[in-house]
Design a protein around this ligand. Structure first.
Ligand SMILES: *[C@@H]1O[C@H](CO)[C@@H](O)[C@H](O)[C@H]1NC(C)=O
Ligand SMILES: *[C@@H]1O[C@H](CO)[C@@H](O)[C@H](O)[C@H]1NC(C)=O
Length: 457
């Protein structure tokens, strides 16, 4: 029945606008919500607030190691494209508070060498006005190790190869990185890390019209339907991430590259290549729906994380108390807003199976995700590697939150001696919010593409 309606719609509006968006409307699968409500919520309420927050010092400086070797194959480490370059910060550009408070909890070795006394001296040197309570919290933060809980490989922040990058100065946009190398990355993510047997072929990509019989696609989707909701979700998250990145690249395409100007902007034909239902044999609209799905998952993780950020001892610490307080309030405001969005997932269907099964599933998803984050070290273009790492880490953090609901709710409301059962590092927090910022921007960009395509009719 649904199919008939879609086909009818399709004939009625055979326009390019329709070929991208007509199937991206109405109810979203696995969720009690619809596209239109979500667009309004994001574009009018959440997006502007989040943009402001992401410009703050706490969120704009991301510490990352872009020089790890690819663990799976020999990668070209330089793609030679100037737009792939990432300019790291010089040390004095990063606020002192950030440099010291990221004082590391990840390298066991470093923690052994620094005894507590040294650590507190180090922290104390930043801001002697820190309350004892905060100092305690920062210390337990430094020592906490949750390797077994992590969904991503976290870069060793003490490594001399890790550097701060100013995300505002290194925006995600079209770099010219594509072709076989980029394809290999996505292909190994989908083929080797999405729980998919090799015998099931993934419906491909524009330009490969061989699969036009549609039988491969049918086999694939019936396989996907047979998966448990979480594994299906996993595939859709990866597809959503892929879609989001492609929306950005089409929205910030290098349109003009002459000796006197370089101009980035919307490239409608690039967008169509990736999302038009005809040009992609029906895959494009599915990808866009997966983007909405990803948005909802991350939104839900933000909503669930509220008790963690509400803890009194939690600070967005840069060393400037007044600003830090203001930004914490902005963050809480955004999380409250996320909580207020009425139409989340059916609580009983996702991440909520019986306990033993859930633990197994959590482990499966965690390992697959961990591996995907390592694949990011194989991305040849540094700019893409930076944003790829940030976005997979952000999504990994979102999953960690969703799978830790009980621990988060059990967090003590006052900080005490007892070691908290749930922690997020600064790097995880920065990636969580920035990754969501990218998805939120993608949803906002879809609005632009909708109107650009409507004009073209
Ligand atoms: C991790 O990814 C690589 C590269 O795609 C793949 O060869 C390997 O089998 C994966 N390992 C696991 C444990 O999934
Ligand atoms: C837009 O993208 C297409 C590829 O999809 C490219 O051929 C075209 O030159 C681009 N347009 C502009 C104005 O850069």
């Amino acid at each position: 029945m649904k199919l008939v309606v879609l086909l009818l719609l399709f004939q009625l509006f055979g326009s390019s606008h329709c070929r991208c968006f007509c199937q991206v409307t109405g109810d979203l699968d696995d969720c009690a919500c619809d596209v239109e409500t979500l667009d309004g919520f994001n574009n009018d309420q959440l997006f502007p607030k989040l943009q402001t927050l992401l410009e703050s010092d706490y969120f704009r400086f991301y510490k990352v190691n872009l020089n790890k070797p690819c663990p799976f194959w020999t990668a070209n480490s330089h793609c030679g494209l100037k737009d792939c370059a990432v300019k790291p910060c010089s040390p004095n550009e990063v606020p002192e508070g950030i440099r010291s408070s990221s004082h590391n909890k990840y390298s066991a070795e470093a923690n052994e060498h620094l005894d507590e006394c040294e650590q507190s001296k180090h922290l104390g040197a930043v801001d002697v006005s820190l309350s004892d309570e905060t100092r305690e919290a920062l210390l337990s933060w430094s020592k906490h190790d949750d390797e077994a809980e992590r969904f991503c490989v976290v870069d060793d922040e003490q490594s001399p190869d890790s550097q701060y990058v100013d995300l505002l100065l290194n925006p995600e946009r079209y770099t010219g990185y594509k072709g076989p190398e980029a394809w290999q990355i996505w292909n190994s993510i989908y083929e080797e890390n999405c729980f998919k047997p090799y015998t099931i072929k993934r419906p491909l990509v524009p330009n490969s019209f061989q699969s036009s019989s549609g039988s491969e696609a049918r086999t694939f989707y019936s396989w996907l339907e047979g998966q448990c909701v979480e594994k299906r979700a996993f595939y859709r998250l990866i597809s959503g991430l892929h879609a989001s990145i492609n929306v950005h690249l089409s929205a910030r395409y290098l349109l003009d590259d002459s000796w006197f100007q370089r101009k980035w902007g919307h490239n409608v034909s690039e967008f169509m290549q990736r999302f038009d239902s005809e040009l992609t044999a029906g895959e494009g609209p599915k990808r866009l729906r997966n983007l909405y799905f990803l948005y909802l998952i991350e939104l839900r993780a933000l909503a669930k994380s509220l008790p963690f950020f509400q803890q009194k001892s939690f600070q967005l610490y840069t060393g400037r108390a007044e600003e830090d307080q203001k930004h914490k309030e902005m963050l809480l405001d955004i999380l409250q807003l996320a909580r207020s969005f009425p139409l989340h997932f059916d609580e009983t269907s996702l991440f909520a199976g019986d306990e033993k099964e859930a633990a197994k599933l959590k482990e499966d998803v965690r390992l697959a995700f961990l591996n995907i984050s390592r694949i990011m070290d194989c991305v040849g273009c540094f700019k893409c590697r930076l944003w790829g790492k940030l976005q997979t880490q952000g999504l990994g953090t979102a999953l960690k939150i969703l799978f830790s609901e009980r621990q988060i709710e059990a967090l003590p409301s006052r900080s005490s001696e007892q070691r908290p059962s749930f922690q997020l590092s600064r790097q995880e927090i920065v990636s969580l919010l920035n990754a969501f910022g990218r998805i939120s921007t993608s949803i906002r960009e879809l609005k632009n593409f909708r109107s650009l395509l409507a004009e073209e009719r």
